[in-house]
Design a protein around this ligand. Structure first.
Ligand SMILES: Cc1ncc(COP(=O)(O)O)c(C=O)c1O
Length: 442
């Protein structure tokens, strides 16, 4: 039994107030905004992390189900990756000439990802998506990119805010992005093959690529990915899978390996480097080769720290037999939370694939969703669990972590049930959740 003493988050709140004065929007990553959790109760600043847990600046220890929004895959502060990085730092974090590790990682990625024949690097997911968009446009000589899912902060993607769709991030438009880019990146909904067909028809001969997350948290319908690929090829467009978030918990090599469908190009980040900045675009030689004639270049894309972290992380995922382990952990947490739901007798379910299962509470009225989410996150935080309502494991999560999480969920769901039967406001200690990133846009 975990004997948990929640100490409050006074120090976190103090630092956050200082942040508000010196950092526009408080933080560099919107997913770390306090308003996306139970603000006032959830941790905002961490002091250190190890394995499946972190300790915040107020001294609370949390079992972490967010894992740096999937950037941590082996577990926090993994000894093998971190030792390899430290050893590399002692030999130089970046050289004047190239590092042989640049080639070594490229070969490892080519061995691992079905679509990989050549490789370019970036420092993160958005970076790598922008590189992929540039290569696709350069290789085809066409401008339009049709997309589904979230692909980062760069102009090519954020220009879609000027189209007649909901904002990519609720309440945040395209401010700062050149309006002349409007119409160069156009969304279609997850699994909406008819819309994709219509867009190809409407923009005949102008579509360079389709960039999509092949899976987020539910399996694509039978034949969907194949149909997208066929449509792309019929229209001489490149199919790019963005595997930054779904990446590698379902299979080493990604969703393309799991579903057996090979795109033309792929974007990976996060899962390849266990928390060190690194991203990559890989793809067929015929498209990647054209990058030779484009200006795609930056000082830190092949620094030794990122390269070493990636090579070691990928080899460790393979050595630790990660797909079986993620499947087992994902199914176990799903079963444990379902049991908690049944014990409490609340109308709810655990939805999504094993790589990122999530709690879904049935509500009489959808407008209650932010309050109910906040209450659940708040109650879990008070019991030492950091979650948005989803439970994405790392290889470091143990049976004991799952048991303690399910126990906390049982208690938290009781509070939610009482709130739904009575008054949610009476139970809310935190500010109601305000931040939600619209990952899949229509
Ligand atoms: C699918 C996908 N693509 C791209 C990105 C952007 O990655 P980064 O935040 O490293 O720029 C993310 C980030 O969550 C993502 O989920």
């Amino acid at each position: 039994m975990r004997n948990y003493q929640y100490k409050g988050v006074k120090k976190s709140i103090g630092i956050y107030e200082r942040a508000g004065e010196v950092i526009p929007g408080y933080t560099q990553l919107r997913s770390r905004l306090a308003s996306g959790f139970a603000e006032g109760v959830s941790p905002i600043y961490a002091d250190h992390a190890k394995g499946s847990r972190f300790v915040d600046v107020d001294g609370n220890e949390f079992i972490d189900w967010v894992n740096a929004v999937s950037a941590i895959i082996l577990g926090h502060h993994d000894d093998i990756v971190d030792d390899a990085v430290k050893e590399q730092i002692d030999r130089g974090s970046i050289y004047t000439v190239n590092s042989p590790k640049e080639v070594e990682l490229a070969e490892e990625l080519i061995d691992t990802i079905p679509s990989a024949e050549m490789v370019k690097y970036g420092k993160g997911g958005g970076d790598a998506c922008a590189i992929a968009a540039r290569i696709a446009r350069g290789a085809t000589g066409k401008d339009i990119i049709l997309f589904s899912g979230y692909h980062g902060w760069h102009d090519w993607y954020q220009s879609a805010n000027y189209l007649d769709f909901p904002d990519l991030v609720t309440g945040v438009g395209g401010m700062g992005v050149p309006k002349v880019l409007a119409g160069t990146a156009i969304p279609f909904g997850e699994f909406d093959i008819d819309k994709l067909q219509d867009l190809f028809d409407e923009h005949k001969g102008k579509v360079a690529a389709v960039m999509m997350e092949p899976v987020r948290s539910t399996d694509p319908p039978e034949g969907y990915l194949e149909s997208v690929k066929a449509l792309c090829h019929k229209n001489n467009a490149i199919l790019i899978f963005d595997e930054v978030s779904c990446g590698w918990r379902i299979a080493i090599g990604g969703a393309q390996e799991y579903y057996g469908i090979t795109p033309d190009m792929t974007v990976v980040a996060k899962c390849i480097s266990n928390g060190y900045p690194m991203g990559a675009v890989v793809g067929k030689r015929e498209f990647m080769k054209s990058a030779e004639d484009m200006f795609i270049s930056s000082s830190y894309w092949s620094d030794n720290v990122g390269l070493t972290a990636s090579i070691t992380t990928i080899r460790e995922l393979k050595r630790r037999n990660s797909p079986e382990s993620f499947k087992e952990k994902g199914e176990n947490i799903r079963a444990a939370i379902k049991e908690a739901i049944n014990d409490v007798g609340i109308s709810a379910d655990v939805t999504g694939l094993f790589n990122n299962p999530g709690l879904h509470i049935d509500l009489p009225d959808e407008s209650l969703r932010p309050k109910v989410n906040t209450l659940f996150i708040q109650e879990m935080a008070k019991r030492g669990i950091h979650t948005t309502g989803r439970f994405m494991a790392t290889l470091a999560h143990t049976d004991e972590d799952i048991r303690a999480t399910a126990e906390a969920a049982r208690e938290s769901l009781k509070v939610v049930r009482n709130g739904l039967e009575g008054n949610l406001d009476d139970l809310l200690e935190a500010h109601e959740q305000r931040e939600s990133i619209q990952r899949i846009v229509r």
